[in-house]
Design a protein around this ligand. Sequence first.
Ligand SMILES: [Zn+2]
Length: 546
Amino acid sequence: MDRRLLATLFAAAAACAPSALAESPTAAALEAIRPQALRAHVAFLADDLLEGRGTATRGHEIAARYVAAQFEALGLEPAGTGGTWFQRVPLRRAEIVKEGSALTLTVGGRLRELVPGRDFVSLPDARREQTEVAAAVVYAGFGISAPELRHDDYAGADVHGKVVALLLGAPASFPDDQRAYYSSRQLKAETAAARGAVGLVFVLSPPEEKLFPFARIADSLQAGSMYWLDEHGNPDGLPASLRGRAVLSGEGAQALFAGSPGALDEAFKNAAAGKAGPLALRAEARLQTASRHTTVESPNVLAVLRGSDPVLGKEYVVLSAHLDHLGIGPAKDGDAIYNGAYDNASGTAGILEIARALAALPHRPRRSILFAAVTAEEKGLLGAEYFTRYPTVPIENIVADLNMDMFLTLFPVKDVVAFGGEHSSLGSVVKEAADRLGLEVSPDPFPEEAVFIRADHYAFVKKGIPAVTLSCGLQSADPKMDGSALFRGWLANVYHSPKDDMAQPMDFESAAKIARLYFLMADEIADAARRPTWNPGDIFGARFAR
Ligand SMILES: [Zn+2]
């Protein structure tokens, strides 16, 4: 524990009076995180004038300038490239050209052209504008090879030169975060490519279809997909050997399995039971994909509060939050601006006010603190991934990432959830800070949503850096408000819609509480003698730690 905090707690215990707590520097800093200030940042960032802060839009650029101006006003140092506040992330947008894209099946000698939008949607190719592949199809369950869980969907299968058909998701029997890890579409593509597959079609199982309806997947692909480009201009995370990828609807899957009666139901039954195993289908698939490419760029905004210790000051605690949102999209009730007030103007406001509180401490923490307002999270954590691939400080000196994504304070919060907390010593840091603020720490209420791999902290996890994203739990401190119902209602009706704006209920007292929680954690980690560690035997520590 940090010595100042320890002294504070002793003082508080001795005096048994709130005034003792209020006089300590950390307590004063906690008070300096004000609900009104958070509200002001959110109101600016979520204003219609910023047009939803879409990646590589003018609105996002203005938001980035705003954040940089705040950092500068606080007296932080720029930590972007070339002494600037910005790290420009090169990106490629790939969109499907409908006219040149098709999926044709040959089942039992009969040719069948599937209907785009109804039977399937093609996934764009960010490497080639024109690509084509034709091969026999092998169904390989979830496409997961997890020796530590004794699960191998490829056992006994030869998929070399084949198109693989895979289910989205992962067995419900897997522990939550491993389920999240193995459900990554990118990992599935890499696993298939490593076994020699040349194409990939995804099949939606009934539980996945419920979570991510085919129509919603098709909708989300309308805007195209984005990839960050490496120093050679190649898109990251897309195996070159896969020459066609698509997602099938229920009808599409029926057509694919038509030559093997009963096999699709059997496959779903096995998937529900978590059973692995491949199946050769009597089908051949031809995928033709035409993609349109556009190259753009978008900034991460980076700043440092220099640590006070000559040695530990060379290490960094990262506080991150994505600044981008969805921009302008399909209109709903006459509104086409996806303001992203909660997602994630709230988290950005959080890092700004935490930066203010940390910068105002009379004794700076020993380690440096790097603030990162990253871009293109909504495009697949691209800004955070790019930063961890091309870090502007030595990556081995980053000791932790505390990520803020949606301070969803629809009601007075009573508890928080720490995604990733159970894998490292950060779990106990969260617990201590939460105790101090009278908040409870609850388990993940929606493990099937795989939040662990869907927030920016995961880019740091993949580089072996302990990391967490906190979210409010489902408990309301106001007995008249049903936290769980409000949370679920918001996810169903407001999340990723133009309604995530300033007209909705936002409890900024609670938002300040969560910001204070992050402040205490950052201060504790930055001042501790030892850097955070992965828990002994932790699966993610073992997989990714340096
Ligand atoms: Zn989002």
